[in-house]
Design a protein around this ligand. Structure first.
Ligand code: AMP
Length: 454
């Protein structure tokens, strides 16, 4: 089964407490992955690694961070994805090979790893995990090159798909982004300190200033000794296609992603949704937290008042022990609870960012009705999700995506909404300032894959 890595990465160089700063960065990126976390730091003695399953706050203690000394570090938070709960899949990966110690972590999904893995295994390589990162490290180690940078370029030339990656060596911190720039990667500064992060919310926490994105196809090399920063574009140039779903769902609204405010984009999606699918109603209610920004936009545009008619329990962990005696499915109720006083007797516009399988949406509509809502009009701040993602967003196989096998009328009936309206693709492009619809990846809505899945 292909292994999908939906994650967050953070790295920092020339910072006295690099591992502690990376810990903070990962804390801010926790939403990008709750399955496992890891940090690799570097000092004069070499590289030091700690990684484990669990939340950032659980994986790292004072003692663990004390054992990660040095002025450079990279870190990773990993999502619970299609490949399952595999302890060995935690990043970063560290090898001691031809180029000394090399640690690597990445966000994104390579589309040709299966073929590469098969070839490497045939060449006698053994893997400890199903992760793409291990394939990359193996390619680096076997590349026909005299130095690590050239070996990395040779390895990346063999790969296809999505990667925003951070590499720590004894000499350098390297950041690289695939030529399409599918996944985000920002670069920031704090005095002499250079930092990289999937999202700018992590820069805010460590006090770094966002400077720019690592460009699609760019490799930025920060010398650990001299502080010199070099940038080059060693891979063939293609039309950049950063993932639009970061702005729809995945990123935090307080982040800049691709240099754009996620909050502003989501609000605009809600506004355009209100223009495209207006309805007579009393209350705009977001599905928290994913629908909040778009619901605000819908409310602003429509003039229908906004309220938190559903409250989310923010302390829900990854597991939930149900009572043994009562036969009752808790499902979404553990996470979400309606505010009956707000919903009773109301015509509700229920706003969420997306529908994937439709099963959660159905339960939420039911919940809102049971709380006394007279009508439930569902509004979705993106187009119908009809295709799987191969570049790092964890979507189910196509046959499980409700919009791939049901019409709008059928989905409306399935989720038991009075009406259902999705954002148009054209409107989404407009929200992203994408004049000709060529500047982002919309494959999950169109099936137009910039890189053919392997
Ligand atoms: P469902 O009705 O079962 O399709 O679930 C819809 C919910 O899933 C929405 O609230 C979305 O915010 C959320 N969602 C969308 N994409 C993802 C994803 N890649 N991982 C987890 N949840 C997602």
């Amino acid at each position: 089964m292909p292994f999908r890595d939906e994650c967050g990465v953070f790295g920092i160089c020339h910072q006295a407490e690099a591992s502690r700063q990376t810990y903070l960065g990962l804390y801010a990126l926790q939403h990008r992955g709750q399955e496992a976390a890891g940090i690799c730091s570097g000092d004069e003695q070499g590289l030091h690694l700690h990684k484990s399953q669990g939340y950032v706050a659980d994986v790292f203690t004072e003692a663990v961070l004390d054992a990660l000394p040095g002025d450079a570090a990279i870190g990773h938070t990993r999502y619970s994805t299609t490949g399952g709960n595999v302890a060995s899949a935690a990043h970063p990966f560290l090898i001691h090979g031809r180029f000394g110690q090399v640690a690597l972590c990445h966000n994104g999904n390579l589309t040709n790893t299966e073929a590469l893995r098969t070839r490497l295994i045939a060449d006698g390589h053994t893997f400890t995990s199903p992760s793409d990162s291990e394939v990359l490290l193996a390619l680096i180690n076997r590349a026909q090159a005299d130095n690590l940078e050239d070996a990395l370029v040779a390895a990346l030339r063999e790969t296809q798909g999505a990667y925003s990656l951070l590499i720590l060596t004894e000499d350098a911190l390297i950041a690289a982004r695939d030529p399409h720039g599918f996944r985000p990667l920002g670069m920031g500064h704090l005095g002499e300190t250079v930092a990289f992060s999937s999202e700018t919310c992590a820069f805010d926490l460590v006090g770094a200033q966002y400077e720019r994105d690592v460009q699609p196809g760019e490799m930025v090399v920060v010398s650990r000794r001299t502080g010199e920063i070099r940038s080059w574009f060693p891979l063939p140039k293609v039309q950049p296609r950063p993932c639009v779903f970061e702005h729809i769902y995945f990123a935090r609204p307080d982040s800049l992603v691709y240099g754009r405010s996620v909050m502003v984009a989501r609000r605009e999606m809600g506004r355009r949704l209100a223009l495209r699918h207006p309805v007579e109603a009393d209350l705009v209610v977001p599905v928290p937290d994913s629908g909040v920004s778009a619901a605000l936009g819908y409310s602003e545009q429509s003039g229908i008042s906004f309220d938190f008619g559903i409250i989310r329990n923010h302390y829900v962990g990854r597991t939930f022990i149900e009572p043994k005696q009562t036969i009752r499915s808790f499902g979404v109720k553990v996470k979400l609870n309606p505010v009956r006083h707000l919903l009773a007797g109301k015509r509700v516009v229920l706003v969420d960012d997306s529908i994937v399988r439709g099963t959660t949406s159905k339960k939420i509509v039911q919940m809102v009705r049971e709380a006394g809502a007279r009508e439930v009009h569902m509004r979705i701040a993106c187009p119908p999700t009809t295709h799987s993602c191969f570049y790092g967003i964890d979507t189910p196989k196509r046959q499980h995506l409700i919009a791939s096998y049901m019409s709008l009328a059928e989905i409306t009936a399935f989720v038991e909404a009075d009406t259902l309206g999705y954002l148009d693709l054209e409107d989404l492009e407009g929200c992203m300032g994408d004049q000709d619809g060529q500047n982002f990846c919309y494959a999950c809505f169109t099936g137009d894959y910039p890189v053919v899945p392997g």
